[in-house]
Design a protein. Sequence first.
Length: 235
Amino acid sequence: MDDHKFAFIICTNNTLLLEECLHYIDHLAIPDGYEVELLTIADASCMTQGYNEAMLASDAKYKIYMHQDVFILNRNILGDLLAVFASDPQIGMIGMVGYETVAADGIMWHTDRTGSIYIRHPQVPYPALSDYRYHITDGYEFVAEIDGFFMASSQDLPWDIDRLDGWDFYDAFQSIRFLLKGYKIAVPCQRHPWCMHDDDKMLSLYNYDHYRQIFLQEYHPFLGKSYAEILALAT
């Protein structure tokens, strides 16, 4: 693994969105001695397949999995991510929005949220932006799950392609996988949001609920638990 390298990994099916996303990446400040590579996966069969393919193709220690409709506003985000990872070697993943516990029904936004983001006016079933809050004024908070629009990792763990052949719940599954391997997940305090998510409404609640049922069955022992409780069960 090249510990002085970042890889941006993006599944894409929209050239216009991708071009705008890359415009922001191209204007990021790159820390001295580090390099950046870009891996885009066009028309992947599912999110986990695309992410696994790119993960195996890159030797970068730091991989940033993000949506094609995410625009990074913090030009110093790479240095900020490095500072968080360096502060605690047990931190394996960082997100911009996180959830303190695993919701009893598996739906992330049905539990307390932390983090910050610019987004379109939230539509049902997404929560209001006023519901995002911090319990800190600086640094970062540890969480049980992070939202999949931006997931930065310092460790390579395979994405669950066996159970997830669509576009939902990959973030929840991957978050639990990291915790069960003994890694912490952090959400930095952002005085101004580091990212904008030009998100549209959910594609299909039917598909979402299909994968939610799989999540409930697979991770039933962790429903309602905090990151610390799950870490305590890690092997």
